[in-house]
Write a new protein. Sequence first.
Length: 208
Amino acid sequence: MHKHHIIPKHMGGSDEPENLIELTVEEHAEAHRKLFEDYGHWQDYVAWQGLAGLISKECLIKNIQSEAGKYRIQKYGNPFSGVRTLGNFAINDEFRKQVSQLANSPEAIAKKKKTMAERKHQQGTKNSQHGTKWYVEENAENLSTRKKYKTAPNGWITTSEWKERRKDKTNNAYGRHWYNDGIKNFYLKENDPLVEKLTRGRMVVNLV
């Protein structure tokens, strides 16, 4: 036998004896079905479906988590609300300018130089990799044999050129990139008139 709350706890019911009744599993499922039909609360729907064996345990947990998440956001608000806009370089010009100013401030540059010195990080021409590029043999089947050189050996080409040569330029996707206006994605070629409209101001995200 199951103990059933006559007034469900999610509706303000208590654990007092007068609010409890013993029911079989089938009766318990039916009680929650009626409550759901009368009031439409998701808690009763989940209880009914679970007790009646109409959904699996995995689906039951998923429904509970989903509905509980909705309730939490409804009651306490979404902690990530606005983050997509406020913290997105591609959408928020003002945020990008602020970050850029902070990163290029005298304090930030001094801190960066200090950190580089402490780590003995070699930059520019002092770096042993300065001027090197990845190269691969022109007729290589893949890039597993690529190597770094400052000057390409005879018969070798850059990995970028190797990839470009193997692109199917007749493919409809060739030359296309993803652009975003902050709401919708667009898969466009660079000469598409819409690109200029999207890139005017603040709204482009080139994903590939």
